[in-house]
Design a binder for this molecule. Structure first.
Ligand code: NAP
Length: 232
């Protein structure tokens, strides 16, 4: 049903977790896919690095039709804002928000048409106590989506996926792997659909938004959270 043959896609944070699942699904749909990660391409919170990484991807693919800005960090320790260091605030902002700006700016300059999907979080919709740095960046991603959607219409659609808890490396500390997964069971109890998403559960909606099936959708924040946060 979804055929992306001939489309060229770039996925940030595409080496593991949601990004890798998305890259794999885009490939299965026929797209040519380039990925980057901090280890492979460098820190996207650094503007010249982001510029170089985008240029390399476009060079490798021969152009760009689909951009998925998915990479991100979630500092796992609970830290009240009153005790949050400048270093933590800045490093989360650089990775999650500055990098998104740098990547989008560099890519848009090379895209005459196509689609962009940005990855936010339920934390950006409802906040996240003791993780205000993360929640603030993810809220900003939602505003960025809506701003860009109007700026880039009608040639380029811009949408956002807001996942709830997803079973990736990022969330393992919260799942309490060290206390026999009890954190995971407690989280599952808060999700109406009764389970934590897999990376594939999020990749599917991202690929849908990248596809012609979503051609009349732009500026959308798509909840992929098992019903845990119901935002319209
Ligand atoms: N997991 C969840 O429960 C959850 C929930 C809601 C939203 N999200 C969001 O979904 C997205 C993907 O999360 P995930 O769980 O798949 O994460 P993950 O498994 O921790 O993977 C993160 C990816 O992002 C890359 N990355 C991180 N910081 C980077 C930087 N400064 N520059 C370049 N690459 C960077 C990592 O590269 P390296 O491998 O080289 O470090 C890795 O490829 C994130 O935006 C996250 O905030 C996740």
């Amino acid at each position: 049903m979804i055929d992306l043959t001939g489309k060229r896609a770039f996925v940030t944070g595409g080496t593991r977790g949601i990004g890798r699942a998305t890259a794999t699904l885009l490939e299965r749909a026929g797209a040519a896919v380039a990925v980057t990660s901090r280890t492979q391409g460098g820190d996207l919170g650094d503007a010249p690095t982001a510029q170089r990484v985008v240029a390399n991807a476009i060079n490798e693919l021969g152009g760009l039709d689909i951009l998925v800005v998915n990479h991100g960090v979630w500092p796992a320790d609970d830290v009240p804002l009153s005790k949050m260091s400048d270093a933590q605030w800045e490093s989360t902002r650089r990775a999650n928000l500055d990098a998104m700006f740098y990547i989008c700016r560099a890519a848009i300059a090379q895209m005459s048409s196509g689609t962009i999907v940005l990855v936010s979080s339920t934390a950006g919709q409802r906040g996240e106590a003791y993780h205000a740095d993360y929640a603030a960046t993810k809220g900003a991603v939602i505003s960025l989506t809506k701003s860009l959607a109007v700026e880039l219409a009608p040639e380029i659609t811009v949408n956002c996926v807001a996942p709830g808890w997803v079973d990736t490396e990022m969330s393992q500390p919260a799942f309490g792997m060290r206390d026999a997964g009890s954190g995971k069971r407690a989280i599952e109890a808060t999700i109406p659909l009764g389970r934590i998403a897999s990376a594939d559960d999020v990749a599917g909606p991202i690929v849908f938004l990248c596809s012609p099936l979503a051609r009349h959708i732009t500026g959308e924040i798509l909840n992929v959270n098992g019903g845990s946060v119901l935002c319209g």
